[in-house]
Design a protein around this ligand. Structure first.
Ligand code: AMP
Length: 188
């Protein structure tokens, strides 16, 4: 135990990039619900068909669909010694469900990546150009930032209330600098 980490932070903060790096360094799986959902869309599964339009608009996919997917993933052998969650839980209800499935809220430590809103929008718009992600259009970006503020950011208080510490890490600067800050935050 001690290796069940959760990345929190607004869209565009660099959670995916940093979670991938940290997971490799720690030898634990990086579990991204956004990546899993995009894979389902690409594969044309039932779940993908149900999620596609919702994701395109930047809204949240219904909790029951996401929970079933996560429960299945966390039951796999490679998740037995820890994991880095990225993009889940996305609201208090999902956090409560994860908590009910696991000991100690299912998370040992939260890493909060903080980046200015202006920089986030710039990063998301340039990601739209580079990667062509369907939900990186301006309207969806605005909506996803609102959804983060209204639905997800309350978790920054929910976790400490439920006995899990939150380490805030500055997410601006070079990728290597951010990784170094995260490693430091984990060691302290
Ligand atoms: P992400 O890659 O984490 O930014 O997720 C992309 C999109 O997938 C989000 O805007 C949501 O539409 C959907 N999504 C990802 N994770 C969740 C979740 N835990 N609950 C609901 N929807 C999610």
């Amino acid at each position: 135990m001690g290796r069940r980490l959760l990345f929190l932070g607004p869209p565009g903060a660099g959670k995916g990039t940093q979670a991938t790096r940290l997971a490799k360094a720690l030898g634990i799986p990086h579990i991204s619900t956004g990546d899993m959902l995009r894979q389902n869309v690409a594969d044309g599964t039932d779940l993908g068909k149900q999620a596609e339009a919702i994701m395109h608009a930047g809204d949240l996919v219904p909790d029951d669909l996401v929970l079933a997917m996560v429960q299945d993933r966390l039951g796999k052998d490679d998740a037995a010694c820890g994991y880095i969650l990225d993009g889940f839980p996305r609201n208090v209800s999902q956090a409560e469900s994860l908590s009910a499935m696991n000991q100690l809220a299912g998370i040992d430590q939260v890493l909060l990546l903080e980046v200015d809103t202006e920089e986030l929008v710039q990063r998301l718009l340039s990601r739209a150009k580079d990667q062509g992600r369907a939900d990186d259009n301006e309207e969806s970006i605005r909506n996803r930032l609102d959804v983060y503020r209204d639905e997800t950011s309350p978790l920054v208080d929910w976790y400490p209330t439920n006995g899990v510490s939150v380490a805030s890490v500055q997410g601006s600067g070079s990728m290597d600098d951010v990784t170094a800050r995260l490693v430091l935050a984990l060691a302290t």
